[in-house]
Design a protein around this ligand. Structure first.
Ligand code: PMP
Length: 300
């Protein structure tokens, strides 16, 4: 097994509260609200050939996620974009994972956090594939989790908030311990929701079906794949999917910035082939992310 290189002991630079600082100096105090009370939000972006795919959408979502947690970001979308670009440049990497993160500081220790300062940082590292090439080629094995996605009235479900990942970690640990790669999570109604860090699609009769994101993240990759599929003449239906239907799917796959388009080979006792629709969308997505971003029209 490869040796783990701890994330706090690496070379490089991290952008923190307005400037690039040495990687190992990017520290926060023990008494930080974000650490104790989960008041923080983050993004996961990917750079391909030196360009961060859909960066502006990620920066907008970071601000929106913060707003949902009643955290007012002082940085604008453009400044967040620039911080990500500067950190990527400083890393010297062309293909990389980009992690912007915002959290409440140490001004107050208690449930209330009205006077807390909002901090913002960006780190960039090499992270070629979220799943191994073998998992990607044969399809992931997913186990249905016993944890359910909560309703929108019980958690800030549309924010990419720290706290929402606790049930994801628990689900993924249980799945891994049972010999699976990841977990499929149902929602509080028992409907299929998503995996622990990626959205879910199934192919049936050449058409795409995906759950309505009313209590989980409507992923940027999810929306990209819906547009891509439609542009190829594939019908896409966003609807309620019950677990009983999973046995009738022809193909299933996950989408996410880190997961990209990854085929599913098994959900509990149901097995799937890596089929033609998944392969086509995976190839088209790989092409799309490497297209140079469109230059804004110059004003004469
Ligand atoms: N759901 C969860 C829980 C996630 O963490 C992610 C990854 N950000 C996604 C879905 C997919 O979102 P995106 O395509 O925007 O990366």
């Amino acid at each position: 097994m490869a040796t783990l290189i701890p994330y706090d002991d690496r070379d490089g630079q991290i952008w923190m509260d307005g400037k690039l600082i040495p990687w190992r100096d990017a520290k926060i105090h023990l008494l930080t609200h974000g650490l104790h009370y989960g008041s923080g939000v983050f993004e996961g972006c990917r750079a391909y050939s030196g360009h961060i795919f859909k960066l502006n959408e990620h920066s907008q979502r970071l601000i929106e996620s913060a707003k949902i947690l009643d955290m007012k970001m002082t940085w604008t979308v453009e400044q967040i974009d620039q911080a990500c670009i500067d950190t990527l440049k400083a890393s010297g990497l062309k293909d990389a994972y980009v992690r912007p993160v915002a959290w409440r500081g140490s001004e107050q220790m208690g449930v209330t956090a009205q006077k807390s300062k909002i901090h913002f940082a960006v780190a960039v590292w090499e992270w070629p594939n979220y799943f191994t090439p073998e998992m990607r080629e044969n399809g992931l094995h997913l186990q249905t989790s016993r944890w359910q996605r909560p309703p929108a009235a019980c958690a800030p479900v549309h924010s990419k908030a720290f706290g929402l990942y606790m049930i994801c970690t628990l689900s993924k640990h249980a799945a891994e311990n049972a010999g699976f790669h990841d977990a499929l999570m149902l929602d509080y109604r028992g409907q299929v929701a998503e995996a622990t860090g990626a959205n879910f699609f199934m192919v049936k009769g050449g058409e795409l079906h995906t759950p309505i994101p009313d209590c989980f993240l409507n992923g940027i990759t999810r929306r990209t794949i819906i547009d891509l599929a439609k542009s190829k003449g594939i019908k896409v239906t966003e609807r309620v999917i019950m677990p009983a239907e999973l046995g009738q799917a022809d193909e299933c796959f996950l989408t996410g910035t880190a997961a990209e388009v990854t085929a599913i080979g098994k959900i509990d006792n149901h097995t799937y082939k890596v089929g033609p629709v998944t392969r086509m969308l995976r190839d088209e997505y790989e092409k799309l992310v490497r297209q140079p971003p469109q230059k804004s029209k110059s004003v004469a």
